[in-house]
Every structure is written in structure tokens, then in C-alpha cells.
Ligand binder design. Structure first.
Ligand code: FES
Ligand code: CO
Length: 328
């Protein structure tokens, strides 16, 4: 199995680990690229450490946050947000704290309703969606969706237009209208963007009204994709969906989504969340059962059609960027 450390491309990315609303006063244990990480909140903001106390190897996530410090559950050592050990209760007061007593600190930020962690040196100051979210749109955050599938398989599924008519038949597509017109994919500075792809959708928003939707798919980072959707029947309505996938292990992932729309601004979030939950369950059956589990980057593997151009471009991009975690 590939270890995270070899994958410099993903090490330097921001990974979404939790909803902001899920990080309260208790530390939370998570995994990023198979590395156990504890995240916690203090008055200074959010912090992430390797989830391991250097004293006796207990996960720091078993401890608690007290006085803006993370206190280990086993012998009460306290760590400040910068990882320095500030107190060892069993140490006589006249003795200094050993200089090696510290936590391994990872970069951690809170943005767009999510907590993000980077295990290495962030390749961008903020997650790539930061520059792409529109002002003034209604926004819904969805997830976490836990899936027993490789993160790149999930991104590719999101980019796969020709599954809509089968996996999401009756909602996002109709198997009688399964043909995909030719389109191209453009690469710009490590990102991908498709031409518009038109799809007939019988019931894309749960209202039972069929529309011809025009999708533009984008890859913003190896594990972050988006699409923008407009329809001929509802001119001016713009729907955008961002998918960010946390690679937990090579074959386990957590997906988060942010949906933006410039219409129906007053609709309650629950309607969109329930609809997305349905779609995810339909996708789950596919992505959790694909073989091989890891996304094959060798284009000789599996069979590709012209309508798979976005997937092909995505596999090439991962290959160029040297993504090895979750790929084969
Ligand atoms: Fe953490 Fe001893 S193991 S304080
Ligand atoms: Co799907």
C-alpha cells in the first residue's frame, strides 16, 4: 500500500476533515491520507496535530481541551495550539519540560463551513474553492458522506456525465436520452474544464419538471471538482455543485459538497440535503463495488469512449501531478 508520505501532491493539498459545526469543545479524531490527526478548537481558532502523545503513544483525541490547551487523557500533559508542551503534572516544578515534549503540528484552517487540514506545505493559501464560490448565492453544505471507495474514484464518478441516465434515472437523467454529444476538455494551470454538455433531466430538483441542462465540469484540484449547470427552460438560473473528498485511507473516503444557486433563495436547506442524500446512496452502490478499487491511471486499463473525455483528462492530470494515493 502506498503511504501518504510518498504522495507529495496530496500531502500539500487542503483536505476537508469535518463540518465546522461538528467541532465543538471536544477534540475530534480523523484520518487524512491514512495519518491519524486530532483537530480541536481554542479561542485562537482551529488546530490539528498528529493524534499521538509523545509520552506513551495515547491518541491525544482521547483528551480534552482546557484553557485553550489540549490535555492528554493518560498523564495530563498539556499542549498549546502551537504544539509546545506547557505542563507535565508529574514533573517537579523546578524541573524544565523536556524540549522534545511537543506535538506534531499540521496546518489547519476553518473556511466555508468546513475544517481543512494540510499535512505538508499548502500549495495554495486556501482551499481551491475559496476563489470559486460566488457571492450572493444561496449555499448549502452537505456531508459528511462516508464511502468505502478510493477518493479519485469518487471524483471521477462526479465527473461522469453518462451515468446520470442510469444510476440516477428519473431524477438526473432518462435512459431513453442517453447519448452524449461530443465535447472537449481544456486544461489550464493544473485545472480542467469541459465544454458544455447537454443532458435531458426529468426531475433534477424534485419538482417533477423536466429540463435540458447544460453542464460544465471542472477539476479544481486532484480531489476537488465542480460543475455549473444552466438550463434552457430556466434562463438565468445557475446551479453550482462543489465536491471535496477527504482521502481517509486508499480505499475509504469522506465526501463533502457545497451547493450554490442563484434562484429559490428562500427554499429550506433540508430539501436539497435530502435530495443529495438520495443521489449519494445511488452512487454508493457503484463506487463501493468497482474493481480495481484504486483508480487506474494507465489508460490501457478499462475501456474509454469519447463521452468519457472528462474522466480520461482527470486520469491524465492525476498522473502528471504524481498522485499515487488511491490510484493504481
Ligand atoms: Fe499522554 Fe502520558 S501518554 S501524557
Ligand atoms: Co452520481
Amino acid at each position: 500500500m502506498t503511504t501518504a508520505i510518498q504522495d507529495s501532491a496530496l500531502i500539500d493539498q487542503w483536505h476537508p476533515v469535518l463540518l465546522s459545526s461538528a467541532l465543538l469543545e471536544r477534540p475530534v479524531s480523523t484520518r487524512v491520507l491514512a495519518e491519524r490527526v486530532v483537530v480541536f478548537r481554542t479561542s485562537q481558532g482551529v488546530h490539528a496535530f498528529k493524534d499521538l502523545c509523545i509520552h506513551r503513544g495515547v491518541p491525544l483525541s482521547l483528551g480534552k481541551v482546557a484553557g485553550d490547551e489540549l490535555v492528554c487523557a493518560y498523564h495530563g500533559w498539556s499542549y498549546s495550539g502551537c504544539g509546545a508542551c506547557t505542563r507535565i503534572p508529574s514533573l517537579p516544578q523546578d524541573q524544565p519540560i523536556p524540549s522534545k515534549a511537543k506535538a506534531l503540528v499540521f496546518r489547519c484552517i476553518e473556511a466555508h463551513g468546513l475544517i481543512w487540514v494540510c499535512l505538508g506545505t499548502p500549495s495554495t493559501p486556501e482551499p481551491p474553492i475559496s476563489s470559486r464560490l460566488e457571492e450572493g448565492y444561496a449555499e448549502v453544505i452537505m456531508g459528511p458522506y462516508q464511502l468505502r471507495a478510493a477518493a479519485p474514484r469518487l471524483i471521477e464518478n462526479f465527473l461522469d456525465v453518462s451515468h446520470l441516465m442510469f444510476v440516477h434515472e428519473g431524477l438526473l437523467g432518462d435512459s431513453q436520452f442517453a447519448e452524449i454529444g461530443d465535447y472537449h476538455v481544456h486544461q489550464l494551470e493544473g485545472a480542467l474544464r469541459s465544454d458544455e454538455i447537454t443532458v435531458y433531466q426529468p426531475n433534477p430538483d424534485g419538482t417533477g419538471r423536466g429540463v435540458h441542462s447544460r453542464y460544465v465540469y471542472e477539476v479544481l484540484a486532484p480531489l476537488c471538482a465542480a460543475f455549473t449547470k444552466r438550463s434552457d427552460e430556466e434562463p438565468g438560473h445557475i446551479f453550482r455543485l462543489f465536491l471535496m473528498v477527504l482521502p481517509v485511507t486508499e480505499t475509504e473516503s469522506v465526501a463533502f459538497m457545497i451547493k450554490q444557486r442563484n434562484y429559490a433563495l428562500e427554499e429550506p436547506d433540508e430539501i436539497f440535503i435530502l435530495f443529495q442524500d438520495t443521489l449519494i446512496e445511488q452512487d454508493r452502490e457503484m463506487v463501493e463495488n468497482q474493481t480495481p478499487e484504486l483508480l487506474p491511471l494507465d489508460l490501457q486499463m478499462e475501456l474509454h469512449l469519447k463521452s468519457d473525455r472528462m474522466s480520461i483528462a482527470y486520469r491524465k492530470l492525476l498522473r502528471e501531478q504524481g498522485v499515487t494515493f488511491g490510484t493504481a
